[in-house]
Structure formats: C-alpha cells, structure tokens
Design a protein around this ligand. Structure first.
Ligand code: AMP
Length: 416
C-alpha cells in the first residue's frame, strides 16, 4: 500500500500536485468536458482546507515538446476556478521559467497556481530539445519542477502507466510524496475487482486492434469466466477461425496469435464470445467517421461477412447473446467500443451493451468501465450514474488489467 494524502502533513507546505487535465477543448479553446477536472476537486479542496499552497501540473494533448498555442491550459484554469469558486493563478509562462518559479515561491497558503502545459517541454517525456531520448535532461527537468514544492501528490491516474518527469522523475527529488484521493479511489476499486472478483466475472473488450489488448486478454484468461469481444478486434479472431470477414479491419499479422488466444481460452475453460452477426456496409470513411449517402447498410445472417463489405457493429443476434451473458454477471469490466459508435447508425451495439452493464449493476454486479470511447457510449446510453466505477484512465486501467505494475505508483513511497 502506498502513502496517501492523509498520511502526510500538508499544513503550511507548498504542495505540487500532478493532475490529469488532458481534457478536450473546442475551437474557441473552451473546455468541452470537465470530468477529469471535477475528479480532482476532493484532493484540491482537502489541500486548501488544510492550508497548503497548491501548485498544479498537468499535460494537455500531444504538443511534442513545443509550445502549441491551442494546447494552453488557460481555459482549464478558468474552468477549475469556476468549479472551486475561487481564483486559480495562471500565467502561461514556461512551467520551469523564472516567472513560474517566482509565482510558486510567492504563493500564499490557501492559494492555487496552475503551471502551463508540461508537454510544451520535451524533457517531460524524457527527450531533449533535439527530440532524442535523454534521461539526463528528463532528470534535470524533474529536479526543477520539484524545486517548487515541499510535498508531491500524485493524482493523475491517466498517466501512471508512463515514466515521465512529472510521474516518476520528480519523486527522486521530493521524498515527501503520496497518492491523492482520485488515484487512491481508482487503485482501491480496480484492485478490489481484480483481486476478489465475484463470479461470474465477464470482460467485455472492443475497439480497433487486437494488438493493443493482447496482454490484457492473456492476463484476463486467468481471472474471468467469460470474454466478450466486439469492435474491429472481433474480425481478427473470426478470420483466424476461417470465417470470411470481407474488407473489415483485420490485423493479418495477428491471426496466429488470435487463434492461440482462443485455444488458451478453451484450455482454461473461459467462454470466449465473438459476434454471431454484424451490421455491415460497403462504404465508410473511417477517418472522418462518415457514411456516404449511397452506401449500402445490411445485417448479416451469421458471423460471415461477404466480399466487398466491412463489419461496423455487432448485429441483433450478437446483442441478444451478449445480453444473456452480461445479465447474469456479478463482476464486469469493459474497455473499448463494440462498433464504429461515433456514427449513430453503428452505435447500437455499444449503447445496448452500456444498458446491459447498467442493468446488471442494478442487480448487484460490480462494473468498471475504462477508455474514452466506452465511457462515451455509457454517456450516450445515459447510464453513467449506474456504473460502479468509471475509470479516469483508459490506458492505465488496461495496463492494470494486464497485471503490469504502474511506474507512477512504483516510484512512490510505501505506507509504513
Ligand atoms: P480503441 O482505441 O482500440 O479502443 O478503438 C476505438 C475505435 O475503434 C473507435 O474509434 C471505433 O470507431 C473503432 N471501431 C470499433 N469497431 C470498429 C469496426 N468494426 N471497424 C473499424 N473500427 C472500429
């Protein structure tokens, strides 16, 4: 168990908090979805109530070590200020510049200061100004960040699977460190589901690629009773069994691996459910998530997809079958959409599954949903209040389910 915020004294201290405010912005650079900001409020309020001076740091987007004006945190500071009902200082200067350091040094207890986007600096992700991997540069940057605080609080669950300056590097220079309330809650929930699951335990996996989820599936086969696979991932599994998949998105170099995973599931007596039928189309623009008006859309009679067609959602038979599995589950984890859910016509699979997971939760199951797209499907189905735990980190929760230790957690001190 790691030290948590309650284990350390923060009174009259400068507290550096790593948060995950990687939120979507609209064309006017206003925050579209503030869920990640809201999720950190309990930690920030606790710090303010305990008379700490709070210095927040986060990344937003992928500026790749350069200042990108559309990725500034200005509107994030404004939204946070609205949510807290008090000013949040933001100066937009480089996060380790003398201006930022002065602001941190002058910050009074009970005040908040948000540093500008950490990823405007290449060192945050372990690189130097030339874009080369450079651990020495990362370390020096981490030391500069650390110089602004007396205490470090890790509350960015979404970045714990990364070894970056503000996640692992900084802990070398601030020994007084702990997890915040958000990370504490995530670890408790994921840990409980994973270490003591009530059977039947069902994992629902979707999304674009099998290759992203191989490790997760392998590890889950030791834990779950059933795996349900939808989304484009399902076609690689189906093709590996000799089923025709038309023009569907298939990872041809992963066919052997998919067959191997199905074999392992059988050996371990894990039921592995693939879609029994599909919604298919002959034309789709995957990049812009758009179907031309002349496109033909059909439902297949079974799992085979005819030549010239692309699978884009699970069909009605698959929905019915998946309902039967999910209905009786007592532990459910879900990551990845079951179809191209961004297009309304192909969102039925993901939306129905979201409703089934909510219904099972109403009937006593514990459900954990991670990954931006699955969460969007939960929202689209208006069942977000019914899910036991919605994880704030898709990638981090997947690595957790893969059985990997998260570097951002390993770096932190253990509780006595
Ligand atoms: P991932 O990031 O791997 O979870 O994948 C999410 C993406 O998978 C979403 O953008 C979906 O549109 C996409 N996806 C889901 N089902 C399919 C499908 N049948 N064909 C192509 N893309 C899909």
């Amino acid at each position: 168990m790691k030290k948590t915020l309650r284990d350390i004294s923060v009174k009259n201290k400068k507290v550096l908090v790593r948060v995950d405010y990687n939120v979507p912005l609209d064309v006017n650079l206003k925050v579209i979805n503030d869920k990640r900001i809201v999720a950190t409020l309990s930690t920030i309020k606790y710090l303010l109530e305990n008379n700490a001076a709070v210095i927040l740091m986060t990344h937003l987007g992928r500026p790749k070590g350069k200042v990108v004006s559309t990725m500034t945190l200005k509107s994030v500071s404004e939204r946070l200020s609205e949510l807290l009902g008090k000013p949040v200082k933001f100066i937009g200067a480089d996060c380790i510049s003398s201006e930022s350091k002065k602001m941190a040094a002058d910050l009074n207890y009970g005040e908040i200061f948000l540093l500008e986007n950490l990823r405007f600096r290449p060192e945050e992700e372990g690189k130097n100004a030339l874009g080369e991997i450079d651990k020495v540069a990362m370390d020096a940057f981490a030391k500069q960040l650390a110089s602004m605080g007396d205490v470090f609080i890790q509350d960015a669950f979404g970045t714990l699977h990364r070894s970056h300056a503000s996640t692992t590097g900084i802990v070398k220079y601030i020994k007084n460190a702990a997890v915040g309330f958000l990370v504490e809650k995530e670890l408790k929930f994921l840990g409980r589901v994973f270490e003591n699951p009530v059977s039947p335990f069902v994992a629902i996996l979707g999304g674009a690629k099998v290759s992203d989820k191989i490790g997760v599936i392998e590890n889950l086969l030791n834990k779950v009773d059933s795996v349900i696979v939808g989304g484009a991932m399902a076609y690689t599994f189906l093709k590996s069994q000799g089923v025709s998949t038309g023009f569907s998105l298939v990872e041809d170099n992963k066919l052997d691996l998919a067959a191997e995973l199905l074999k392992k599931a059988k050996e371990r007596r894990v039921d592995f459910f693939l879609p029994l039928d599909h919604i298919i189309t002959d034309k789709i623009d995957f990049i812009n998530k758009y179907i031309p008006s002349e496109a033909i859309i059909k439902t297949t009679v079974d799992e085979a997809i005819p030549e010239g067609f692309i699978g884009v959602d699970i069909g009605p038979k698959a929905i019915e079958k998946f309902y039967k599995i999910i209905e009786t589950a007592k532990t459910i984890i879900w990551n990845g959409p079951l179809g191209v859910f961004e297009i309304n016509e192909f969102s039925e699979g993901a939306v129905k599954v979201a409703k089934f997971v909510a219904e099972a939760t109403d009937n006593g199951a514990v459900s954990v949903v991670g990954g931006g797209d699955s969460i969007a499907a939960i929202k689209k189905a208006s069942v977000d209040k019914k899910i036991s735990h919605i994880s704030t980190g898709g990638g981090a929760s997947l690595e957790f389910f893969e059985g990997k230790k998260l570097p951002g957690i390993i770096a932190l001190p253990d509780a006595k």
